[in-house]
Design a protein around this ligand. Structure first.
Ligand SMILES: [Zn+2]
Length: 368
């Protein structure tokens, strides 16, 4: 086929309950195959059997996510829609990051329908090449990183309350979060994978990585309750909802072996407050987003060229990332410090110390 701008159907943020607002969107396409779309920034491939695209028409209906009780035709349609939906949103996120950074990130591979052999999988994960994987990977993983999405595991309520199969490829929050890990890997690189052999990297994620991905998701959705569709059963007061909210401060930080997603919510919420303060000061949201992306890139450079336990520990500190952001755009220091301080985060202090101070009631210190 000839490459170029083409149109198709995808979900746009909004329209809850439900996965989004169905709309015609434009994407730049290089190539289309029976079950894949190749774009300049991303290749999206459904790894299950079957022909999804017989031609170049990307106007495929979502078929309520397909699902096990749908007809075989509905399941194929839902899978084709999922490929288009992921391609559009991955391209949108990566183009946003590329523009803010002023350079292109490595092309991303997204595989859909993975890890379905022994159970249904409703999630997603980001993987770089490593010696071992948990769960084991049935395929060779690209050194530059790939996103894997399951085929879905549960029905949720659609727009009108009808059953909707929560296929991760239809769920914008899952897609943006996982693409966020690719952006993190090639900027902040919280695990210093660029200092490891390309085929022996680590996939262990830390709280600041998970929190930054949730923040990037909120930025792309323009919505702090990022998982408000599929986690609606959890109250907003439950940290596992992972809603970006002023209530989460360092007093709620656990650290150690605790779930990095829940701890990441504190960092994401603090950044969201800082972003709101920047906007409240009369700046456009892009100003904060550029500071964030450039700060992420700068933080990796500041961490040096030696892979050590100490360097890895410092990469986990929220304060270290904050300091790099302030270096990236010093003019935003006041609103960003004010937003962070409301969550008990300030420069020069480890996560454990920030937690202890917040729990001791010192979090109200306002940095001016
Ligand atoms: Zn994650």
């Amino acid at each position: 086929m000839t490459s170029g701008i083409t149109s198709g159907l995808a979900y746009l943020p909004g329209g809850r309950p439900g996965p989004g607002v169905l709309a015609e969107v434009s994407l730049e396409l290089l190539d289309i195959g029976p079950a894949h779309l190749a774009l300049p920034e991303v290749i999206v491939r459904d790894e299950r059997a079957g022909v999804l695209f017989g031609g170049v028409d990307l106007h495929v209906e979502p078929a309520a996510g397909g699902g096990p009780v749908g007809t075989p035709e509905d399941q194929l349609r839902a899978r084709a829609f999922g490929v288009v939906n992921v391609a559009f949103h991955a391209q949108r996120a990566l183009r946003t990051a590329n523009n803010l950074l002023g350079r292109p990130l490595p092309r991303l591979l997204v595989r859909i329908g993975m890890h379905e052999q022994s159970r249904r999988w409703g999630g997603g994960h980001y993987r770089v090449a490593a010696r071992q994987f948990d769960p084991a990977e049935p395929v060779e993983v690209e050194a530059s990183g790939e996103v894997h999405l399951g085929g879905g595991s549960v029905y949720l309520a659609g727009v009108s309350g009808e059953p909707y199969w929560n296929a991760p490829a239809h769920n914008l929050a899952i897609v943006y979060h996982e693409v966020g890990h690719h952006i993190c890997r090639h900027t902040a690189d919280f695990r210093l994978n660029h200092l490891r052999p390309a085929l022996h990297q680590t996939n262990k994620k830390v709280a600041i990585d998970e929190g930054t991905c949730d923040l990037l998701t909120a930025i792309m959705l323009d919505e702090p309750d990022i998982y408000g569709w599929h986690r609606v059963g959890l109250p907003a007061t439950d940290q596992r909802r992972r809603m970006l909210d002023p209530r989460w401060t360092m007093a709620h930080f656990h650290g150690g072996t605790a779930d990095p997603h829940a701890d990441g919510t504190l960092w994401a919420s603090a950044c969201w407050s800082a972003r709101s303060a920047v906007i409240g000061g009369g700046h456009g949201p892009d100003r904060f987003d550029r500071m964030l992306l450039r700060g992420m890139e700068l933080s990796a450079r500041l961490s040096g060229t030696k892979l050590s336990e100490q360097a890895l520990r410092r990469r986990r500190y929220f304060a270290g990332m904050l300091e790099a952001m302030l270096l990236a755009d010093p003019d935003l220091t006041d609103p960003v410090l004010a937003g962070m301080a409301a969550h008990g985060i300030r420069p020069g202090v480890s996560n454990a110390e920030l937690r202890d101070r917040a729990r001791a009631g010192l979090a109200a210190v306002t940095v001016r």
